[in-house]
Ligand binder design. Structure first.
Ligand code: SF4
Length: 435
């Protein structure tokens, strides 16, 4: 069989990532003003990796000995291809749909499977255009059915396939790096080769009210054994030379005992690597920070989201008290671990005053990096369901970049929201230059 995994991107001056934001993707147009403009350009040319689901699909077909190719170019498709797997996001959904239309116009016999966390909310359009849609994490397809030609033809004829969350330990060895160079991340990668990896999936925290990760991976945590994580890191390193890895787990240290064994295995068995993880500050203490440090975790990312308890409570964000946040950030710093905090502005009950205080709080926390984004009601989340009939300002889902206001805010206009976002970046990064 000849298989193509197509991960196509529209032309934009901004970085598009389809892997972040629970696989819905983001487009980093960071707000108005020169600082946000400059940071947008830096992001565009310094950080990229393909969606992990696409990479894992490459590994699954590779393990079966099939001819598989990952590409971002529609021009790599020709009449010899048997099956094409099309990666679908929210930020590029129209572009991906148009690619599907033009491919089927040129190759009407081509069997195209579309996949992606956002797809369940746009699936009819893709089905009507002639694709079969995969609902769920596509890399687990091989655990559900043997990926033979006859079975793929049957699945295609079915039109829609739902994949059950399955066992990460049974995923194929991560041989994708043989086929793909995904080493652009000069910021977190310290200018050396860089790759993504995932050890645990799923997040049980209450912020599923607005967050897309539980939609992509469920609320039950599923972890890969430390042995397989180490094996996959070594394989990716052997195939690509990557020594910097970003863990794509939504909350890296959610299960303490598991995290301790993983960190111990990393510190014993991996030498010369550097890691970035994303976690919840609730899971940080001296013991965890010490173990992170010995496992060569260089960067820890975490969500702060807002400095206002009312704003956080309004969207069921689970956060710890500010004195705890400050203490835990200090713990990370004292272990010489770099910190990257994430904030969401223009939340539903935010005011000029609360956003100002959030920016001041970000400056006060003095993390090494800070990222600000705009509150976005994503299809599939309970918050979206609440407001979808009355408050959305657009149903063009490519506008759901995480950096535009797409709902009627009681206070902010789009222009004001974009200015708040731009100001957040300017004030935060100028404060770092001055102090
Ligand atoms: S902690 Fe909240 S914001 Fe983070 S992944 Fe889990 S549900 Fe999403």
């Amino acid at each position: 069989m000849k298989i193509i995994i197509l991960d196509t991107y529209k032309k934009t001056p901004y970085r598009v990532s389809k892997d972040t934001n629970g696989g819905y993707g983001v487009e980093n147009d960071l707000g108005s003003g020169i600082v946000a403009w400059t940071l947008s350009r830096i992001a565009k040319y310094s950080i990229f990796w393909p969606p992990l689901a696409a990479l894992n699909l490459v590994s699954e077909f590779h393990a079966l000995g099939e001819s598989v190719k990952y590409t971002q170019s529609i021009n790599d498709v020709d009449s010899s291809i048997d099956y094409l797997f099309l990666s679908v996001s929210i930020v590029n959904s129209n572009h991906e749909y148009n690619s599907l239309i033009s491919l089927l116009k040129k190759y009407p016999e081509l069997k195209i499977f579309a996949f992606g966390a956002f797809l369940p909310f746009d699936k009819e359009r893709f089905k009507q255009a002639g694709a079969a849609v995969i609902i769920g994490e596509p890399e687990f397809l091989a655990q559900q059915i043997k990926l033979s030609k006859s079975n793929l033809n049957l699945l295609f004829a079915q039109g829609e396939i739902t994949i059950q969350a399955n066992d990460p330990d049974k995923l194929a060895p991560a041989h994708w790096a043989k086929h793909i160079i995904a080493n652009k991340n000069y910021i977190l990668g310290n200018f050396s080769s860089f790759a993504p990896i995932i050890a645990s999936r799923g997040c049980p925290y209450s912020c599923f009210e607005y967050c897309t990760y539980p939609l992509q991976q469920g609320r039950k945590v599923r972890s890969m054994s430390p042995e397989k994580v180490i094996e996959d890191i070594n394989l990716i390193n052997k195939d690509s030379g990557a020594t910097n890895f970003v863990f794509r787990d939504p909350v890296f240290s959610i299960n303490k005992n598991y995290t301790y064994s993983l960190l111990e295995a990393m510190s014993l068995k991996l030498n010369g690597f550097k890691f970035t993880v994303e976690t919840h500050l609730n899971n940080i203490d001296d013991n965890m920070a010490e173990r992170l440090k010995s496992a060569s975790v260089e960067w820890v990312k975490f969500g702060i989201e807002s400095s206002s308890k009312e704003v956080l409570d309004n969207v069921s964000r689970y956060s710890i008290a500010q004195n705890e946040e400050k203490k835990n950030i200090q713990i990370l710093k004292s272990h010489k671990i770099k910190t990257n905090a994430m904030y969401i502005v223009c939340q539903p009950i935010d005011t000029f005053e609360t956003t100002k205080k959030t920016i001041e709080y970000a400056i006060d926390l003095k993390t090494d990096l800070a990222q600000f984004s705009m509150f976005t009601p994503y299809p599939g989340t309970p918050y979206y369901e609440k407001i979808k009939d009355t408050e959305l300002t657009t149903k063009n889902f490519e506008d759901y970049t995480q950096f535009k206001l797409v709902y009627n805010h009681p206070i902010f206009s789009q222009k004001e929201a974009r200015k708040i976002l731009g100001d957040a970046y300017s004030k935060y990064y100028l404060s770092k230059l001055l102090f």
